[in-house]
Design a binder for this molecule. Structure first.
Ligand SMILES: Cc1cc2nc3c(=O)[nH]c(=O)nc-3n(C[C@H](O)[C@H](O)[C@H](O)COP(=O)(O)O)c2cc1C
Length: 211
């Protein structure tokens, strides 16, 4: 198998310029709903990229847990590598890729902590074992072994008098407030559709970009 021979000619959809929404959020919701209704695995998974204070980028997958006209919400450990990046440099980006639909959405903006009520609501909706993992895992820190992690998890579970695991102070939500959103639909002969929304002047402006 030669990598340079791997090639797909896209043709599952197109973007009609005559029908573009004013704001990108409704459109994003339609594409996400398409991905979910088609049963795509982890349809709400997105690549989150952050940048260190020294300008070094890093990326990882997180799950989108809500979005509205403000932005996109995800949950994580505030003391993790991404958390440290965001504290020192709030610029970030999200990337969704739904290959079965030949679609990509790029989002760029500023990341800010969600309020504690939002974080509590989601944390206490999670299964007990997941809450315990959030409480015991020093995300992104070096640990001695798998056994060490499992022992911490088991000891914590056994020490519980009831199902009440407090949300750790260093675990919660972040909102990414977008300044730029781009919708990409694969087309024949690599002549793809790209529509960009830009809010640098407080109102959303849209344009078509060359593929
Ligand atoms: C499908 C999938 C979903 C994930 N969802 C999350 C998530 O919602 N929150 C999170 O903190 N990590 C999530 N992770 C783990 C992250 O990719 C990453 O390993 C972790 O957050 C540590 O990243 P960091 O060291 O860069 O901070 C997920 C990974 C995968 C593959």
């Amino acid at each position: 198998m030669e990598l340079h021979d791997l090639r797909i000619n896209y043709g599952k959809g197109e973007i009609d310029d005559r029908n573009l929404p004013e704001s990108p959020f409704g459109w994003f919701g339609e594409w996400l709903a398409d991905a979910i209704s088609k049963g795509l695995p982890e349809a709400n998974a997105m690549v989150l990229s952050t940048v260190s204070d020294l300008g070094k980028p890093s990326s990882r997958i997180v799950l989108l847990k809500a979005f509205d006209e403000r932005g996109f919400l995800f949950f994580t450990n505030y003391s993790s590598r991404k958390g440290h990046n965001i504290t020192l440099n709030p610029a970030g980006s999200l990337l969704f890729f739904w290959p079965e639909l030949e679609r990509q959405v790029r989002v760029e903006g500023i990341i800010l902590k969600a309020d504690p009520v939002t974080s509590d609501e989601y944390f206490y909706s999670r299964p007990l074992e997941s809450r315990v993992s959030a409480a015991v895992s020093p995300q992104s820190a070096e640990v001695p072994s798998r056994i060490y992690l499992e022992k911490m998890h088991k000891d914590f579970l056994e020490s519980l008098k009831d199902d009440k695991v407090q949300r750790p102070d260093n675990w919660g939500g972040y909102w990414l407030f977008p300044e730029l959103v781009e919708f990409w639909q694969g087309r024949r002969n690599r002549l793809h559709d790209r529509i960009q929304y830009d809010r640098s002047d407080s109102e959303w402006k849209r344009c078509r970009l060359a593929p």
